[in-house]
Design a protein around this ligand. Structure first.
Ligand SMILES: [Zn+2]
Length: 263
């Protein structure tokens, strides 16, 4: 087995290719056309894409499948169900991609659509991704449809948009996010050797655990100031990282709103 990580020019979004004897699985192929061409080339050199996985439904992670035609697309059962049910949230993910592409003149000849078929995977399931075996975990908190993959022979863990070294937690559900971080800390104390986050550089297990602890401390504090409706304390909270990145303070404000504090 081998691992290739290709990083997009937008937000250091990672596309991870794990290959085995029977081809490869491509996780979160993203984002711009020339980047998708490069991903397809690497996949072809690794025996061809036998599967595609989306770690969650957000628009920057779900636009690349058309570059890998014929490969079945795996997602969390939650995302598969949301798409099948016509959930407005799933429709919004596509609308967000459409808006971004329109704003930046990004050609998307295949359009903005979900794959014709999505294969939903349950929490804890072991899946054969075209000859590459992985254990799937539902990770909620950043989104309701998150999916992590553990490739046990490699000690490789893909976590979607949790544990990023270049952004703070973007919270959808704070309690679910805290539960996810606790679960990841347990996992990272085991046989994981490397973590690939959705955005940012590859991490050792120790680096990922340090991020998880920092993020958990940030969310614990967020919940605490939320319970007190303490606007001043919410404003004064230090960010766990990336405080100098444009827009990160806005994300903190969004997180505050999730716990009932308007700052
Ligand atoms: Zn996301």
């Amino acid at each position: 087995m081998r691992v290739d990580v290709l990083t997009s020019g937008i937000w250091q979004t990672n596309s991870t290719i794990v290959s085995g004897d029977g081809g490869c699985v491509v996780v979160d192929p993203a984002y711009f056309p020339r980047e998708l061409d490069a991903i397809a080339e690497v996949a072809a050199a690794r025996g061809g894409a036998a599967a595609v996985v989306f770690t969650h439904g957000h628009w920057d992670h779900v636009m690349g499948h058309a570059a890998l035609p014929g490969a079945p697309v795996w997602v969390s059962a939650a995302l598969a169900d949301a798409v099948a049910a016509g959930d407005p949230r799933a429709a919004q993910y596509l609308a967000d991609a459409r808006d971004f592409d329109a704003r930046w003149y990004v050609p998307r000849p295949a359009g903005h659509a979900w794959p014709a078929t999505l294969r939903g995977v349950d929490d804890g399931a072991r899946v054969d991704l075209g000859g590459v075996a992985a254990r799937a975990m539902h990770l909620r908190g950043h989104s309701p449809d998150g999916l992590a993959l553990l490739f046990e022979p490699l000690g490789l863990l893909l976590v979607g948009d949790h544990l990023s070294p270049c952004e703070i937690p973007f919270v959808d559900d704070v309690e679910a996010y805290r539960a996810t971080l606790r679960r990841l800390l347990d996992l990272l104390a085991g046989d994981v050797r490397e973590v690939v986050p959705g955005h940012g550089r590859r991490l050792t297990a120790a680096e990922a655990a340090a991020i998880a602890r920092d993020d958990l401390a940030y969310l614990d504090r967020l919940v605490e100031v939320g319970a007190r409706h303490d606007v001043a304390a919410a404003r004064a909270m230090p960010l766990p990282r990336a405080a100098d990145v444009a827009g990160m303070a806005d994300h903190h404000r969004d997180n505050c709103a999730k716990v009932g504090v308007a700052v």
